[in-house]
Design a protein around this ligand. Structure first.
Ligand SMILES: Nc1ncnc2c1ncn2[C@@H]1O[C@H](COP(=O)(O)OP(=O)(O)OP(=O)(O)O)[C@@H](O)[C@H]1O
Ligand SMILES: [Mg+2]
Length: 491
C-alpha cells in the first residue's frame, strides 16, 4: 500500500514542503477526529486529472463508530461527487453541508476545510459525521467549539504545529480529559475526567471561571505554550502516588493565542507500573544471586558428604551429583550476567571445559581440545545445549579411557569438542579416541541418567538430533557424538 508521502508526490504532484506539512497534519489529526466525533479523510486534486480527487489519508474517531468502513487511502473520486470538497479547494474556504457520498451511503454532515501550507491550498481535510444520537451534550458542544478553532488554524496554516505533534503514543487523548482556558487563562470548561485529575493534584475549589494559578496549580508549560504559541507538556507529581500529565495546546487566532486547550491524563497507574517493573528487575537480580549462592552451598555439601563416604560407589555418585549441580551453576552464572535473551555460548563452553577438567581429570588425565565456536545463542538453546555438552564431555572423560592406570601419568586420551554453525543449525561434536560405545549400544534403550538427560534435552527440548557411533579403529577409534539443533528452538 502506498504511503501518504508517495501518494502526495506521485498522484497529487505535491512538493517536499507541502508533503511534510500533510505528514505533520496526519500525525496529529486523530485529535481532530475525536473532537469532532467524526471520520476524517484528506483529499487532494489529482495532478493528471482536474476532474478527479485522490484520497491521501483517512482516520477514524476513537470515541464514535466509524461511518466509513472501506479503506479509502489511494482511491480516486470524481470531483463532481464531492462538490463541497471541490468548492473548498477552489475557494480556499471552509464549506459545510449535507451530502451522500457513495462511501458513506446515507446523508452525512460534510465539512471540507482547506489545508494551507506556505500560503497555498494543497489539500482538503474532510470531516464526515454520521447521524448523531439525540441532542448533543454540553461536552460535545465544547469539543466541537475547539474543533472549529482548530479547523480555522488548519485553513490559516497554523495547525499542525511546526514544533510538535499533538497526538501520538503517550500523549493524552481527548477522552482522557480536557480543560479549555479562555484568553485570560480562565477555565471555560473542564470535562469530569479533567476535574478528577485536578482533584488528585490538590485542587479543591470548583474550577469554572478561575485561572489555574488561582486554583493553586502553576504550570510552567502553560506559560510557555502561551508565550511561544506552541504545544508543551508537563507532568505534575504529588508524592509518589499521583502523576498527572498536562498537554497544553494553544489555540491561535491571527497568530495570537486566544485560548489554550489543556489535555489532561492521569498517569499515576502507569508510573506505579514503571516503578514495579524497575523493582522487579532488582528482584530478579537478587534471585539470581541467591540461586547462585544456593547452588554453591549444595555443591559444597555434596562434596563434603562424598569425602566422608567410606564406600567408593557412594562417593562417586555424590561427586557426580556435585558436578551436575556445578554445571548448572556455570550456565546460571553466565545467564544471569548477560543482559537480554542472548548469551555468548563460547564463554559458557570455556567454563564447562574447566569444570569437567577440574572434577574428572583428577582421576584420569585426559586432554580436552575445543575447536570452532557458536557465538551468541538465545538462552532457549544455550541452556539445554550447555547441560548436554557437560554430560557428553564427562562421559568421554569417564568411560572412554577405562584401561588407564594411575602408574602412567601421561595423558592417555584426547577429547575434542567441535562447534560449528551450519545454516540455521548449531552442530556440536564430542569425540574421544577411547574404547568406543560398542556395537550393541543404543541411545533409545533405557540407559542410565546421564544419556537420558542428554537425549531428552536434545530431542524434546531443542527439537534436534543426536547420534552416537563407535569410530572404526582405522579411523582413529573411540566414540563420536554428533548433536544438531535448530538455532530457533522456540517454535
Ligand atoms: N564416550 C564414551 N565412551 C565409552 N563409553 C561411553 C561413552 N559415553 C557413554 N558411554 C557408555 O554409555 C553408558 C551410559 O552413559 P550415561 O552417561 O547415560 O551413564 P553414566 O555415565 O554411566 O552415569 P551418569 O548417569 O552418572 O552419567 C556409560 O555407562 C558408558 O558405558
Ligand atoms: Mg554419564
Amino acid at each position: 500500500m502506498a504511503t501518504l508521502a508517495e501518494l502526495a508526490a506521485a498522484r497529487a504532484g505535491l512538493g517536499e514542503p507541502a508533503i511534510d506539512h500533510l505528514l505533520r497534519l496526519t500525525a496529529s489529526w486523530s485529535l481532530l477526529a475525536d473532537l469532532a466525533f467524526s471520520d476524517m479523510v484528506l483529499m487532494a486534486p489529482d495532478a493528471d486529472d482536474p476532474e478527479a480527487l485522490v484520497v491521501l489519508g483517512q482516520v477514524r474517531p476513537n470515541n464514535r463508530a466509524t461511518v466509513v468502513t472501506p479503506d479509502l487511502v489511494g482511491t480516486s473520486h470524481r470531483a463532481a461527487d464531492w462538490p463541497l470538497v471541490h468548492r473548498s479547494l477552489a475557494e480556499g474556504e471552509r464549506v459545510t453541508g449535507y451530502a451522500s457520498p457513495e462511501v458513506v451511503g446515507e446523508p452525512t454532515l460534510v465539512w471540507a476545510i482547506p489545508v494551507r501550507a506556505n500560503g497555498a491550498v494543497v489539500a482538503a481535510l474532510v470531516r464526515l459525521q454520521g447521524p448523531m444520537r439525540g441532542p448533543s451534550s454540553l461536552y460535545e458542544q465544547a469539543y466541537l467549539s475547539i474543533f472549529v478553532r482548530l479547523c480555522d488554524m488548519v485553513a490559516a496554516s497554523s495547525f499542525p504545529f511546526r514544533e510538535d505533534d499533538v497526538a501520538g503514543p503517550g500523549l493524552p487523548r481527548v477522552g482522557d480529559g480536557i480543560i479549555l482556558l479562555d484568553a485570560e487563562g480562565r477555565v471555560d470548561f473542564a470535562t469530569p475526567n479533567a476535574v478528577n485529575a485536578l482533584h488528585r493534584v490538590g485542587v479543591a475549589l470548583s474550577v469554572e471561571g478561575r485561572t489555574l494559578p488561582e486554583l493553586g496549580l502553576r504550570l510552567r508549560a502553560l506559560e510557555r505554550a502561551r508565550a511561544f504559541a506552541m504545544p508543551t507538556l508537563e507532568e505534575v507529581d504529588r508524592g509518589s502516588d499521583v502523576a498527572i500529565v498536562f498537554h497544553c495546546v494553544p489555540l491561535l487566532e491571527d497568530d495570537r493565542t486566544s485560548a489554550v486547550m489543556v489535555l489532561v491524563r492521569d498517569v499515576s497507574d502507569l508510573r506505579r507500573l514503571n516503578r514495579v517493573v524497575l523493582s522487579k528487575e532488582a528482584a530478579v537480580r537478587e534471585v539470581h544471586h541467591r540461586v547462585k549462592n544456593n547452588l554453591q552451598t549444595i555443591s559444597s555439601l555434596l562434596r563434603l558428604q562424598a569425602r566422608r563416604s567410606l564406600e567408593r560407589e557412594t562417593r562417586t555418585a555424590l561427586l557426580e551429583a556435585e558436578r551436575r549441580v556445578r554445571s548448572i551453576a556455570v550456565v546460571h552464572e553466565v545467564l544471569s550476567r548477560e543482559p537480554g535473551e542472548d548469551v555468548s555460548f563460547d564463554e559458557i563452553v570455556r567454563s564447562l571445559v574447566l569444570l569437567v577438567e577440574d572434577t574428572v581429570l583428577a582421576l584420569h588425565p585426559v586432554e580436552i581440545v575445543v575447536s570452532g565456536e557458536l557465538g551468541v545463542l538465545s538462552t532457549d538453546v544455550a541452556t539445554p545445549l550447555a547441560v548436554a555438552l557437560a554430560e557428553l564431555l564427562t562421559n568421554a572423560v569417564e568411560h572412554a579411557f577405562v584401561d588407564f592406570t594411575d602408574a602412567d601419568p601421561s595423558p592417555v586420551g584426547v577429547v575434542t569438542l567441535r562447534l560449528a554453525r551450519h545454516g540455521d543449525e548449531a552442530i556440536a561434536e564430542v569425540r574421544d579416541n577411547g574404547v568406543g560405545v560398542g556395537p550393541d549400544f543404543s541411545l533409545d534403550a533405557p540407559t542410565s541418567l546421564g544419556l537420558s538427560i542428554v537425549r531428552d534435552l536434545v530431542r524434546t527440548q531443542m527439537r534436534g538430533t543426536i547420534e552416537i557411533t563407535t569410530v572404526e579403529p582405522a579411523a582413529g577409534g573411540g566414540t563420536l557424538v554428533r548433536v544438531e539443533v535448530p538455532l530457533d528452538a522456540r517454535r
